[in-house]
Design a protein around this ligand. Structure first.
Ligand code: MEV
Length: 314
């Protein structure tokens, strides 16, 4: 019997969150924190050796349904912190899609895996963009909604008459520190807050446009390996996100404490709590600054590969 081993990376959003909801570009980078999973056929559905109710795991249920509903035993080991905007749920869906496709003889094409995993996330959460699942499937860096050269376009995903184009960015290996505030904040209400602000205040629409412009500049900074320029854009983006009302005292404190040792720093993901990210070449100093201001830091590297599958025959 075959055992399929899969791993898929987490990600963080370096530029463009919130504005992406209005069709502006956003960039996500895969990180060297991965979701590991092994899957084998069994006579009932099991997670980590215990019988499990598939209905309690909607994204797994969606993917099983697309793959003959085969009963399988799944072993999971995630190195991606949960609930901090680092894409752990998307990495799980990408890993499980790849594993089930491998087990059932389906296509292991990255674009097919990214699309199936996005559908699973959408099925489970009833909303969302394909940013996290595409970053996890492809690795390195991806941009959503960016005008790109033909050879940079990875795939397009359409849902409810909305089409996203996903392009690749060849990301250099860089060091970032992620600082978790420890405050959990749900994405939905923050997206709604920006929508209300934008509907009632013309300046908010300008801020969304400015975030879009900064993100395009960030793509060029990444293409040119311009770390200094990229850091400055991150800090500018944090200020614009603060004006939109999605930062928090905790996030601002961690950003301010990190900046003396950094090229740039900003909140990452929906905001309101969650995590911030710092581009630095002195990660130890940044980790100390974050810890001494109440956050939990960890160092990540970018420029890492996407979903990987290996098959062990017994
Ligand atoms: C959350 O990680 C990013 C947001 O832009 C929401 C979304 O794109 O679905 C805030």
């Amino acid at each position: 019997m075959n055992e399929i081993s899969v791993s898929a990376p987490g990600k963080f959003v370096i530029l463009g969150e919130h504005a992406v909801v209005y069709g502006k570009p956003a960039i996500a980078l895969a990180i060297n924190k991965r979701f590991y999973m092994s899957v084998r056929r069994d006579n009932e559905f099991k997670i980590n050796n215990e019988a499990a109710d598939i209905r309690a795991n909607p994204h797994l249920k969606y993917i099983l349904g697309k793959n003959d509903m085969l009963p399988v035993s799944v072993h999971m080991d995630s190195k991606i912190p949960t609930g901090s905007g680092l894409g752990s749920s998307a990495a799980l869906s990408v890993a499980f899609s790849a594993a089930m496709r491998s087990l059932c003889g389906g296509s292991l094409d990255e674009s097919e895996i990214a699309k199936e995993a996005f559908e699973a996330e959408y099925f489970s959460q009833g909303r969302g963009s394909p940013m996290d699942t595409s970053a996890s499937a492809h690795g390195y860096g991806i941009a959503l909604n960016a005008q790109c050269e033909k050879d940079e376009l990875l795939w397009e995903i359409t849902k409810n008459e909305h089409t996203w184009n996903i392009s690749k960015i060849n990301v250099p290996s860089m060091t970032f520190v992620i600082g978790n505030t420890g405050v959990r904040a749900a994405t939905g209400p923050l997206v709604e807050k920006v929508r209300k602000y934008k509907d009632s205040n013309g300046f908010a629409a300008d801020i969304v446009d400015d975030i879009g412009k900064i993100t395009l500049e960030g793509m060029n900074a990444l293409r040119n390996n311009d770390i200094v320029g990229l850091g400055e854009l991150m800090t500018k983006d944090h200020k614009l996100l603060s004006i939109l009302g999605v930062s928090s005292n905790e996030l601002n404190k961690l950003v301010k404490a990190s900046l003396p040792y950094a090229y740039g720093a900003k909140l990452t993901g929906a905001g309101g709590g969650g995590s911030m990210v710092v581009l630095t070449d002195t990660p130890d100093k940044v980790c100390d600054a974050i810890s001494s201001h109440g956050g939990s830091p960890f160092v990540v590297r970018t420029g890492v590969e996407g979903v990987r599958v290996s098959v062990k025959s017994e």
